[in-house]
Design a protein around this ligand. Sequence first.
Ligand SMILES: NC(=O)c1ccc[n+]([C@@H]2O[C@H](COP(=O)([O-])OP(=O)(O)OC[C@H]3O[C@@H](n4cnc5c(N)ncnc54)[C@H](OP(=O)(O)O)[C@@H]3O)[C@@H](O)[C@H]2O)c1
Length: 330
Amino acid sequence: MRAAWYEEQGPARDVIRSGEMPTPEPGPGEVRVKLSHSGVNPSDTKRRTGFGGQPHAFPQIVPHSDGAGVIDQVGTGVDGARVGERVWIYCGQWQRALGTAAEYIAIRADYAIALPDGVDLVSGACLGIPAVTAHYAVFADGPVTGQNVLVTGGAGAVGNYAIQLAKWGGAAKVIATVSSPEKAALAAKAGADHVINYREADVVAEVMAATDGDGVDRIVEVAFGVNLSTTVAVLKDNGVVATYASDNAPTPELPFYPMMMKNAQLRWVFMYKIPDAAVIQAFDDISTWLAAGPSEHLVGRIFPLDETAAAHEFLESGQSTGTVIIALAG
Ligand SMILES: NC(=O)c1ccc[n+]([C@@H]2O[C@H](COP(=O)([O-])OP(=O)(O)OC[C@H]3O[C@@H](n4cnc5c(N)ncnc54)[C@H](OP(=O)(O)O)[C@@H]3O)[C@@H](O)[C@H]2O)c1
């Protein structure tokens, strides 16, 4: 099969290669998926560069955890009726060497999740990490029914799904922050009731106005450190901040007493370590939400497999709105 891989950590252009490698066979309890698209996440590029001290864990790594395609073989113990099923992939390259930047992946059967009719494969390749992270950030601390939810970065891959899942979960009001009119349109299309351009507006004043002075019960936070002063100002008593990134302020100074005096909760979100029950719940809920349709998927720029290095560079440049995709079919 054709695949892209790297054999040492480093800059994309220096280490990513593409070519032929052996096609995997499904082992017991696995399915083999003929992939049509591979989704690139910051997690993939960060692992390639050793961000946070991550080791180069395998001699040869086919990057990317997310993807979508069609099951073409099953291993022993897996229902043969799954052959032909359209699926999206979860954790394709987490603690495993061979991810989705390849024409085929063999993976445990429950990590190839059925894609409902009406959701195309390129959209399916966007789901994996962003959708499961968004689900956990929204629901880990209980239902959001009737609650006000603030989603920062509402045109981000995770944030856009968080808006949709919070609405699907019955939130009273979903408020999103963005940095441009184009991103505002994406957040609104996802279902945000109120969208704030954080570069131009007074976010605190707008959130309070949008919630009739109440503030928000939940915050799904992409920029924890830099947004802390807003967080403290708009979070209701007993509110929850679920945060999955703090790239620009990795060691923020916490306003301890203001947070304590709200009896606030801080929920760290690290998608790869979500408890199994929550992962299963995420798969179930995402499937139900997708089947109920319509759903929005932020497909960014699409690259051919032999331009995987350029795809990583594009993602790392911060210019992408939507998931960077590698096209594999054809
Ligand atoms: N912990 C986990 O399990 C987990 C899971 C998935 C992703 N992540 C991490 O989460 C981050 C985002 O991932 P992604 O795939 O969603 O990336 P993405 O698609 O690039 O989205 C990031 C969004 O954050 C917005 N943003 C940046 N600074 C902001 C601020 N101060 N206020 C509001 N919005 C802001 C960006 O918009 P503007 O630049 O226009 O503001 C952008 O829309 C990455 O660091 C990734 O590694 C963590």
